[in-house]
Ligand binder design. Sequence first.
Ligand code: SF4
Length: 380
Amino acid sequence: MKRRATAEPADRAAAILQGFDVAGFRCRLVDWFRHQQRDLPWRRDRDPYKIWVSEVMLQQTRVETALPYFLRFVERFPTVEALAAAEEADVLKLWEGLGYYSRARNLLRGARQVMEEFGGVLPDDPEELARIKGIGPYTAGAILSIAYGRPVPAVDGNVLRVLSRLLLVEEDVQKPGTRRLFTQLAAALVCPDDPSAFNQGLMELGALVCTPRAPKCLLCPVREDCRAYAAGRERELPAKGKRKAIPTVDMVAAVVWRGAAVYVYRRPEGGLLGGLWAFPDGERRADEAWEAAAARILRERYGLAVAVSGPLLDVVHTFSHCRWNLRVFQCAWVAGDGAAPDGRWVEVDKLDELAFPASHKKIVAALDGETVSARRGALR
Ligand code: SF4
């Protein structure tokens, strides 16, 4: 049933929870989690730093993908202190391929802030934790409940999905007001005796059982509590408004050869993929020939005169806000030293020392001769 949009989230949460067996649900979920949880490295101790790193990595990223990155990261930077002392380039290199690089930069800034303001220890106070760069309400809730045993909610996309089904809440989960409602619901549900197992149990249930497209209701430990299952409506939830279609942008990039070196530049801080290295690139104009676009962009933006010698590969890369159709050309240098503020000529066998975003990492791989033919023809 739709609730009145004008009611305060706390009132609406109380109305939704009427008749719900909160105590029974907590027991069933916590018991299931204690017996069925996956053995994950950040669960082996309650180190707030490791929980922080894992939660940041797991935003927008699956556990299987994040796992090797996490292990490498905490081996190289085992403490807040070690991370705070790191160079940003080294942090980005370890993050290379994981995407959403602002997460890595904020983690580094947050670690430096924890050293300066909190003596290297993540605070267990919600307001102090919320002041740290890159720690939003979800990450704060995860750290407080898992590391410090504080009975606070931690609501991410998985938890939104589980609660919307469990309690048959039909509001659009993408609206800010709805997120406040779910935070109220999670706060009312969280188990005061074991908030760590409860919050991780909700996350684990969303990851393993109450999955987005095909929830495994017959295996679900809280099926008897679930209102969507009882109504046969679990696949209709969570309710989401229509997403806007993201625009596609035609981009060119160039591998400009000068002897055994190629030209690369460091993308400006604060912009898309800021702080990462890239081959010279830019947007193709409507109706402009691809080769002509490559020559124009190299001349106008990078001060390089080149002879374009042919396409190397095509890459399609989707961001949250747009999609790149990227065509990469090989070029022979003719004149110019390169005008990018942070540009340089790098021997091709030294490229592996720099951190590139996933789309440009494919260019580096293509230069190894591994993926050239496989990547051609990918543009739509
Ligand atoms: S019964 Fe199905 S829909 Fe309900 S919480 Fe369990 S898996 Fe999700």
